[in-house]
Design a protein around this ligand. Structure first.
Ligand code: NAG
Ligand code: NAG
Ligand code: NAG
Ligand code: NAG
Ligand code: NAG
Ligand code: NAG
Ligand code: NAG
Ligand code: NAG
Ligand code: NAG
Ligand code: NAG
Ligand code: NAG
Ligand code: NAG
Length: 773
């Protein structure tokens, strides 16, 4: 056995070949750009994180569209079927969102009750001699939501045009429309739909169905040169700006944005209150009726903002941060849902600019005293000033350097972008260099909690008391900065309980720094290979850690909006919190895989002992490489042995080889960790061994997918919970019989479980069991 094998530098374990060096300036520019973009992504994610918009472990966006609860893209993530959004990532990149059971594309959802969709436009076109060439009459049918009468207009475009909209309002039909005729384009006004070349009318309330038809009186003859077609559509008023060019050519435009009103149920707040179980307004929010009680919505109380349908969705607005939100003259103090104004010492009043403000207290001071004080202050200021100038000069140089780094790292672009954003939405935490220096006591040696191939990780305490992990690249090497950037890109796509959270980044240093949540209990590696800690890692915990890790890898491979291959799965990259929940970390080497590519060719990168032999040979990266590495981690958990150990015989140095030869010679039990032998039944251990064996197949395609692995491990966990398969000889016989009596729980010859369905997004496992339970 070899428990302690320190002295091997982590870097040496990393096998990595470099791409040919790029020219520096090009790299710099690209990198700066990249980082700015990436941090924006991070900003969006961080904002979403600080005020959640989706339920825990639910996808909160689909491509460009953010999906706030009550909407959701998977079971248990939406309020009811009406709010199901089908996120189609198989045909579109970025993925696109569709209303449930329809081809209606959703482009924006607000928690205030609006839903922007794309709707087809009606057209009726002729050729020069007046023959119809194409026409259509699009319609829309909404099962639940209604076309917004306040946000949309019905618009017709053409100079020989009659357009009608036929709608259904509360089971009663109605027809409306408008006519536009003109002889010349010269009279057509730009930017206003004034009746010449373009006419518009309002939409009725509560319309859930409409169709649109356009006709022409003279088949556009005589005006064909500037207007061959008529068009009609319902469009969001604010996003449509008429131009005379549309008369000539709107042929490439097939869809226009339209706004729907959404609401909950078909009852009023008053009736809902009487059945408290149905109330969906959460936290600091209140219910209000939509129109005449055909449904209701929730909104955050005054002074709060966020998603009122989530328990912690409505969060206090810090009015003091934004001078436009408070009316304080001097000191502003934020309170829950409001703020108060204070006056400094020596002043009195209500402190409000719309009130009495702050006025100085009546002081009995005489002119002489004031003069003396003034003189004293003057001299002090003079002395302080000259010292300060000297000090400021040094500081100035430092600041200039910081600015340089900030610029180099894409900070300016980021800043511009942020300032353009709505100031009310909370932005990413961009940490300042000082903040992180203070947090880590100037990157003190004692704060180092890990060193990896890609940098040093420090433990830090922020001024608000939060403990964080700060990752800093060791060497200024472009490829390493790229790794950091890559990590931010990847992490910004993931929101999962078993992935370490990224809290923010810092751009002012020469290398960007990443700030993560601090995971209290260290790496899985320490827990397996440190004798004293290993003893407290029970078989059940080991199995749970394996299942959680497999679950999150399966999520990365299949459920995240863009598939992600971790590429460096190993026990040092799995962290444990105090409840031993696994948190996968270090996405520096990870790759996003475009949907149409099954495998990508890359520079081989990974850690010896965990590295997929097929990938090593072919450089073709696929999800199956993670499956191999996971197989090795599974072995580590089972055997308590290191992935690569120079104290074993040469042919056994590699844990995978060692395990396979032990399996062949039928001495599996000899190499197992003691607690596993003591606590688990041999059948279950064999089951896991067989799973590991399949993960370690040389040919990637013969390995199971991560999803299958996750399912199988979850199935074993369920079984352990329901009939603890503890090694107890007395119960063994009975147990076997019990299993035989329940065929649906039996394990197939290949070790696969029947009747287990697994949804890695929600981490839910559904185990169908026969009767008698
Ligand atoms: C998504 O956003 C990107 C960047 O803002 C934009 O280029 C792209 O067209 C958008 N895609 C869709 C489908 O709206
Ligand atoms: C995605 O969209 C395509 C094309 O519209 C469709 O054929 C496919 O069934 C959709 N996939 C899902 C999962 O909805
Ligand atoms: C969605 O609509 C809201 C309100 O119109 C707007 O503030 C927001 O920027 C839109 N989001 C996107 C991604 O277009
Ligand atoms: C218009 O279409 C008709 C019928 O297809 C055809 O006979 C005629 O030649 C077309 N005229 C022009 C100018 O293309
Ligand atoms: C309207 O604006 C377009 C450009 O957007 C221009 O080409 C056209 O000449 C303008 N028409 C009038 C009548 O000003
Ligand atoms: C339409 O566009 C023109 C030029 O881009 C702009 O001046 C005008 O204000 C716009 N009108 C509306 C209603 O947005
Ligand atoms: C419409 O599409 C055609 C071909 O796809 C292209 O030649 C034409 O320039 C487009 N027109 C506009 C206004 O984009
Ligand atoms: C309200 O909705 C429920 C269930 O969705 C339905 O059974 C009921 O008929 C509806 N009531 C009205 C007045 O539409
Ligand atoms: C609400 O209903 C009442 C009576 O049913 C009606 O008089 C009123 O016009 C309705 N208001 C709206 C906004 O529909
Ligand atoms: C906030 O407090 C002020 C008085 O300080 C009061 O006038 C105002 O109505 C309060 N606003 C809210 C939203 O409670
Ligand atoms: C790990 O967690 C266990 C259980 O919560 C705790 O007893 C132990 O002190 C923790 N170890 C470390 C290094 O934090
Ligand atoms: C209880 C149950 O649903 N059993 C099913 C398990 O799956 C097999 C085949 O997949 C079915 O034949 C069983 O009926």
């Amino acid at each position: 056995m070899c428990y302690y094998m320190s002295g091997i530098n982590a870097n040496r374990n990393i096998l990595r070949t470099h791409l040919p060096p790029k020219t520096r300036s090009m790299g710099d520019e690209r990198r700066a750009w990249h980082l700015a973009l990436v941090c924006l992504l991070l900003a969006a994610v961080a904002a979403a994180e600080s005020t959640p918009i989706a339920k825990l472990d639910c996808q909160d966006r689909c491509g460009n569209v953010s999906i706030p609860y009550p909407f959701g893209t998977t079971t248990d993530c939406y309020l009811n079927e009406d709010f199901y959004i089908a996120c189609n990532s198989t045909h579109y990149d970025p993925p696109r969102a569709f209303l449930t059971g329809s081809n209606i594309e959703v482009t924006n959802i607000t928690v205030e009750g609006k839903l922007r969709i794309m709707q087809f436009i009606a057209r009726d076109c002729y050729n020069k001699s007046g023959f119809p060439v194409s026409s259509n009459t699009p319609s829309i049918t909404l099962s639940k939501f209604r076309v917004s009468d306040t946000d949309n207009k019905f618009v017709a475009i053409g100079c020989d045009t009659e357009a009608t909209i036929q709608g259904v309002q509360d089971d009663k039909g109605y027809t409306s429309g408008c006519i536009s005729k003109c002889d010349s384009i010269d009279y057509v006004d730009n930017f206003t739909c004034s009746g010449i070349g373009c006419c518009q009318t309002s939409i009725a309330k509560d319309v859930g169905y409409f169709d649109i038809a356009v006709r022409s009186y003279n088949n556009h003859q005589g005006i064909w040169d500037f207007n061959p077609c008529s068009y009609g559509f319902v469009v969001e008023e604010n996003s449509f700006n008429f131009s005379s060019n549309y008369l000539r050519d709107l042929q490439n435009v097939t869809m226009m944005p339209m706004v729907l009103d959404w609401f909950i149920g078909n009852e009023t707040c008053e009736t809902i209150k009487t059945k408290s179980s149905d109330d969906v307004c959460q936290g600091d929010s209140t219910c209000y009726n939509v129109d005449n009680g055909s449904g209701y919505r929730c909104k955050c109380l005054d002074g709060y903002q966020g998603d009122p349908y989530l328990p912690n969705g409505c969060q206090d607005i810090d009015e003091c941060k934004d001078p436009n939100l408070n009316k304080c003259e001097k000191i502003c103090e934020n309170t829950k849902g409001n703020y108060t104004c204070l006056c400094p010492k020596g002043y009195q009043g209500d402190g409000r600019t719309d009130g009495t403000g702050c006025v100085a207290n009546q002081s009995g001071g005489s002119l002489i005293i004031e003069l003396t004080v003034g003189l004293g202050v003057g001299i002090t200021v003079l002395i302080a000033g000259s010292t300060w100038s000297y000090w400021a000069f040094k500081k100035w140089k430092l600041i200039k350097l910081k600015h340089k780094f900030f610029r180099q790292n894409g900070g300016l672009m980021l800043q511009q972008e942020l300032s353009r954003r709505d100031s009310s939405t909370e932005t990413a935490k961009i940490f300042s260099a000082e903040e992180l220096e203070t947090a880590t006591n100037n990157y003190d040696e004692s704060r180092i909690i890990g060193r990896g191939g890609y940098g040093t990780v420090y433990k830090g305490t922020l001024s608000d008391g939060r403990t964080v992990a700060i990752k800093k690249s060791q060497v200024v090497d472009e490829s390493q900065i790229d790794q950091f950037i890559n990590e931010v890109v990847v992490l910004s796509q993931i929101n999962h309980r078993n992935v370490v959270k990224l809290l923010g980044c810092c751009l002012e240093t020469e290398v960007p720094l990443l700030v993560y949540e601090f995971i209290t209990n260290g790496t899985l590696f320490e827990h397996i290979h440190n004798k004293s800690k290993a003893s407290s890692l029970t078989f059940e915990t080991r199995l749970r850690i394996a299942a959680e890790t497999a679950g999150v890898l399966s999520y990365l491979h299949s459920s995240a909006s863009i598939p992600i291959i971790h590429r460096d799965v190993k026990s040092t990259n799995i962290l444990l919190d105090d409840s031993y929940t696994a948190k996968v970390s270090d996405f520096g080497a990870s790759r996003l895989v475009p949907l149409d590519q099954a495998g990508i060719s890359t520079v081989v990168q990974g850690t010896l002992g965990y590295l997929d032999p097929e990938y090593l040979q072919t450089s073709q990266l696929t999800e199956k490489s993670d499956v191999y590495s996971f197989g090795v981690v599974l072995l580590e958990l089972l055997t308590g042995q290191k992935a690569l150990c120079f104290e074993r015989l040469e042919e056994d140095r590699n844990l995978a080889m060692y395990f396979i030869s032990a399996l062949k010679e039928d001495r599996l039990v000899q190499i197992l960790e003691k607690c596993v032998v003591d606590e688990a039944k041999i059948e279950m251990v064999e089951e896991i061994g067989s799973l590991a064996r399949r993960c370690l197949r040389v040919k990637g395609e013969e390995r199971p997918t991560m999803k299958e692995v996750a399912m199988e491990l979850e199935g074993l966990r369920m079984m352990l919970e329901h009939h603890p398969w503890v090694n107890n000889d007395e119960s063994r016989l009975e147990e076997t019989e019990y299993l035989l009596g329940e065929p649906s729980l039996k394990i197939g010859s290949n070790g696969g479980m029947n009747n287990v369905t697994y949804d890695s997004i929600t981490d839910h496992i559904i185990l169908q069991v026969g009767h008698g339970r």
